[in-house]
Design a protein. Sequence first.
Length: 137
Amino acid sequence: MNQRSDFQPKIIAFACHWCGIGRNEINPVEEFPKFKLIKLLCTGRISSALLLKTFEKGADGVVVFGCPEGKCHYNFGNKNAIKECKLSQSMLDLLGMNGKRLRSEFDFFDQDGGLDEIMDEFVQNVKELGPNPLRID
């Protein structure tokens, strides 16, 4: 895909409070070098409407981080998030935006440092896809 070499994608990440992402226990929004993090008490709060609205507001990519399946603090939240992410990916494909702009990962991220690797790969994939076609700069 033809892309600008200076394109830095706008990435929004939603993360469960319990999965270990985020440095600040109080502030629900944190800035990282490659993405903006929005913390939720549980990924059970994720809906396809929220995810699609994030793209409508200009995000080039969205990531959802939650607890591993079977380890949800609220028992069902990650199952809901998995279902909503799959639905949203299908909708993005139908809209011609490419469902690969949305990624979901379910693990405890405070232990192995896998977050950096996931984000590096995701940012590179979004760069290859180019800017969000709905984005107005």
